[in-house]
Design a protein around this ligand. Structure first.
Ligand code: GLU
Length: 302
């Protein structure tokens, strides 16, 4: 008994998090990110936090955050501490922006989406407004990225190197005055002492910006792990008509077991007929991160 208690004690002081945006109900893709992050956390004895990224107010769906939390509970996730809502953190983002500006790392940009579409074709924002807005009207604020290549070792995707110059300067305050996702996520990961960021591979290309922002703000850098992305059989993003439907808690064990399969964890098929508790017990005991090495996409059957 004593041995079991000891074995369950946190091995480290790591903190991990799942950070959904309440813009639509959780679906199979979100479940994969939540399960991967949860298993990674439990395997290293990390705290596991839930943060609701409800910053993009025009896209937030009323009631969605509560629905997400109920779904997570129904799927047997147990998070530590209180849920943090980004909508309560605006002062912190403003302070960080002021710090970046004082350090000469920001500039106002008047480029419209249309201008950017042209820039994107050229491989990223090309720095049009680096010496000041090129026209009157609303402006966003951009972070001047560093010239140094960004290196990090991804838990699943291996060593990564990005040249931020080809990505371009990233928006930190949008034209509507809201802090951008890239800034908010960096500030909140640091605020919550997050040391392990395990999330979908769709965010792998955001990580170099986040690392550069951490360096500029003298914030610690978490360990990153990007999980394979669930795609339709034809290679497209999950579509509403097929797999991007709200998770149904009444079939939680089945959904969890197929998620484990998508995470290359080889669960025994009969596990789908067990209780949620049994599924988690198996998944935590058998979590095998090397099985995910280099896996960037998982195609669902049609
Ligand atoms: N809120 C983001 C999303 O739902 C995830 C942010 C993150 O994990 O860094 O896609």
């Amino acid at each position: 008994m004593a041995r079991e208690r000891l074995a369950r004690r946190p091995l480290t002081t790591h903190t991990a998090r799942f950070a959904p945006s309440p813009t639509g109900p959780l679906h199979l893709g979100s479940l994969l990110a939540a399960v991967g992050s949860y298993l990674d956390a439990r395997a290293v004895g990390a705290r596991w936090l839930v943060r609701i990224e409800d910053l993009d107010t025009p896209r937030v769906v009323p009631g969605c955050a509560d629905g997400m939390l109920r779904t997570l509970e129904a799927f047997g996730f147990e998070w530590d501490g209180d849920v943090l809502y980004q909508s309560t953190r605006r002062d912190a983002y403003r302070e960080a922006l002021a710090e970046l500006t004082a350090a000469g790392r920001t500039f106002r940009c008047s480029c419209s989406r249309k201008d950017l579409a042209t820039d994107d074709d050229a491989g990223g924002y090309t720095g049009t407004c680096r010496s000041g807005p090129t026209r009157t009207g609303p402006t966003s604020v951009r972070f001047r990225v560093s010239d140094e290549p960004i290196h990090f070792d991804d838990l699943f995707q291996g060593p990564q190197t990005f040249d931020l110059a080809s990505f371009g300067d990233v928006v930190v305050e949008r034209r509507d005055g809201l802090a951008s996702y890239q800034l908010a996520v960096v500030i909140d990961d640091a605020f919550q002492n997050v040391t392990r960021v395990v999330r979908g591979a769709d965010l792998l290309s955001s990580t170099p910006w986040q690392v550069d922002l951490q360096t500029a703000l003298s914030l610690p850098r978490p360990i990153y792990g990007h999980l394979p992305l669930l795609l339709e059989a034809d290679g497209n993003k999950l579509s509403k008509s097929r797999h991007s439907v709200p998770l149904d808690p009444s079939v939680a064990p089945v959904a969890l077991v197929s998620t484990l399969t998508h995470l290359s964890q080889s669960p025994p098929p009969e596990l789908a007929h067990s209780s949620i508790k049994e599924v988690w017990k198996w998944a935590i005991r058998h979590w095998n991160p090397p099985a995910l090495a280099g896996k960037a996409n998982v195609h669902l059957s049609a």
